[in-house]
Design a protein around this ligand. Structure first.
Ligand SMILES: [Zn+2]
Length: 215
């Protein structure tokens, strides 16, 4: 078996999806970097629980999960989200998870709704519900190249609670879920929309947190 996998490796060399070095799907060095710890930051009054500091390797791992649907990368993001939620639920007993909606064009390209899928998977382990409450009220641009002011403008009033959920779930305690927090503009907008919709946002959880939030 070993011989066969070595042979296969010679024919189809793979690269670590963390550092792109030749090797197995994730090298031991990158795996070591993905070691969940509690990182708490705030957006105004909202506590955000994260597990992994964002770095070039963390970025590659997130992208490999999100854009390439690499299963072992998905698994790493799930481990990080679970670690964040583990800490969060100690303080805010079981709340429903509200994933940040991706842009429709991203879902089409990826062939799935990444954060929603992960939310469903981690929610099962914690025995909580997933409420995909949010939708885009208008088209938003890709955020990755925008600065803080650009993101704020891009996201102002961008999200709203789907009318069907409004009636049935208003008043519920919820936690916002996303893969990464950088400027906080997205989570802030989700918090605004949910609060306005009558939901009680207890906190937010992400897999990764941009280092500048922690400095
Ligand atoms: Zn690596």
């Amino acid at each position: 078996m070993r011989l066969f996998s070595d042979f296969k490796y010679l024919l189809f060399p793979t690269r670590c999806f963390g550092c792109r070095e030749l090797g197995y799907s994730i090298c031991s060095q990158c795996r070591k970097l993905w070691n969940p710890h509690l990182y708490k930051s705030r957006i105004l009054d909202l506590a955000v629980y994260s597990a992994i500091p964002y770095s070039p390797v963390a970025k590659n791992i997130l992208l490999s999960a999100k854009e390439q649907s690499i299963k072992s990368a998905d698994q790493l993001v799930k481990i990080a989200l679970s670690a964040s939620l583990q800490e969060l639920f100690q303080k805010h007993a079981s709340c429903a998870l509200v994933p940040i909606p991706s842009r429709r064009s991203s879902n089409r390209r990826r062939g799935r709704d990444f954060i929603n899928e992960l939310a469903i998977s981690v929610a099962k382990d914690f025995g909580v519900a997933v409420l995909p409450l949010l939708e885009h009220q208008r088209i938003i641009r890709d955020q990755s190249k925008l600065n803080i002011a650009g993101r704020r403008e891009n996201l102002a009033m961008a999200l709203s609670v789907k009318p069907s959920f409004h009636r049935n779930y208003s008043g519920e305690n919820v936690v916002i879920l996303d893969d990464l927090i950088t400027t906080g503009a997205t989570i802030n907008e989700a918090n605004r929309a949910l609060t306005r919709g009558g939901f009680k946002v207890q906190a937010a959880a992400t897999a990764c947190v941009a280092l500048r939030r922690l400095e």
